[in-house]
Write a protein that binds this ligand. Structure first.
Ligand SMILES: C[S@@+](CC[C@H](N)C(=O)[O-])C[C@H]1O[C@@H](n2cnc3c(N)ncnc32)[C@H](O)[C@@H]1O
Length: 331
């Protein structure tokens, strides 16, 4: 059994991102305790779990218990797969209902008695305890270092525009499309979504109506080592003309929210409807679109009119005057 700890700011989107990766890797979520997901998956799913954006870590789940005493009793029966030295580290989630203050020391003693050495400053293996409704203990296999994503935030890129999504959110949008080969962003801006898709090894296609964005996105993609890309100057409402005969596996995009400059002179809702129509026409049957719209636009209704099926909708308040939904649609 595995566990995934998801991030708390977009928890439903984070859970569905894990679900999408497990669908690709042949596994499923079998339980949830706040931000702790219990996952049944074969080893080949690691390849897809490694793609996650809205996760803190994943690992091997070894013990699950109703109480501290039960956890310690069960832990004695586990053959702890510790390599080198270890340390026990506790995650007390907001719904924790157990007294875990002394648990690291007690669990550490159990594992130590099996002949493993403790190293509190530089352990080779991290034993993780999660406290929620229940208690869980396991071994961390992969930590998603926030620094890796921070390095790709807008202000670190050679071409900077303050309109970008957080790289973790961009990564999640890509993953929610379940893309395995390619991805199109028809309103790519500085290329934040395409960078995340490109780093996963997908071929990326990008469009923007502004020449400086096409140049800037290319600069950014190259900066992060993404080489397999095709970028075009053009209109996201006319994708059929930009890519004649092409059908895309997946589309993810973050349209402009409403300032006259970024809408390039169009009325906002008309632009959104026309972009949705054009994306629908270039997407493969069964292909997915992940997209953000302000809450004042009925994204679900408009997409369903075109024949899209809504798979997910996730709310986010960005600031006082911007609330949005991230949607996942399937053609
Ligand atoms: C919010 S930004 C995208 C930000 C991007 N996701 C990023 O991370 O950098 C929206 C972009 O849509 C572009 N745009 C506006 N109208 C367009 C249209 N009709 N066709 C293509 N691009 C358009 C704007 O020039 C802008 O760069």
């Amino acid at each position: 059994m595995l566990y995934v700890e998801i991030l708390g700011n977009l928890p439903e989107m984070a859970r569905d991102e894990v679900k999408a990766m497990l669908e690709l890797g042949g596994g499923k979520i079998v339980g949830q305790d706040y931000l702790f997901l219990k996952v049944d998956a074969p080893e080949r799913a690691f390849l897809f779990l490694d793609r996650l954006g809205l996760a803190h870590e994943y690992g091997e789940l070894l013990v699950e218990a109703e109480s501290v005493d039960e956890l310690l009793r069960k832990a004695r029966e586990v053959d702890w797969p510790i390599e080198g030295t270890f340390k026990v580290d506790t995650e007390t989630m907001a719904n924790c209902r157990h007294d875990v203050l002394d648990l690291p020391r007690k669990l550490g003693a159990v594992i130590h008695s099996q002949g493993h050495r403790v190293n509190l400053s530089r352990p080779d293996t991290l034993v993780r305890v999660y406290c929620g409704e229940r208690l869980y203990a396991g071994i961390r296999l992969r930590f998603f270092d926030p620094k890796d994503f921070e390095r790709r935030k807008a202000h670190h890129r050679p071409f900077f525009r303050p309109i970008s999504l957080h790289p973790r959110v961009s990564r999640a949008l890509v993953n929610l499309t379940k893309a395995t080969k390619e991805l199109l962003d028809p309103m790519m801006g500085a290329g934040g979504i395409l960078i995340e898709a490109g780093l996963l090894g997908l071929k990326v296609y990008g469009v923007d109506i502004k020449p400086e964005m096409v140049e800037g996105a290319e600069m950014n993609l190259r900066h992060y080592g993404v080489k397999d890309y095709e970028l075009k100057l053009g209109d996201a409402t006319r994708l059929e003309e930009l890519f004649p005969g092409k059908e895309f596996e997946a589309v993810a995009t973050d349209p402009p929210y409403g300032t006259a400059a970024t809408l390039a002179g169009r009325r906002r809702d008309e632009l959104y409807r026309a972009v949705l129509r054009s994306i629908h026409s270039v997407l493969k049957p069964g292909g997915r679109l992940a997209v953000a719209f302000p809450t004042s636009f009925d994204g679900k209704g408009e997409a369903e009119k075109l024949g899209f099926k809504t798979l997910g909708r996730y709310y986010q308040r960005v600031h006082k005057s911007l609330e949005r939904y991230f949607y996942v649609f399937e053609k």
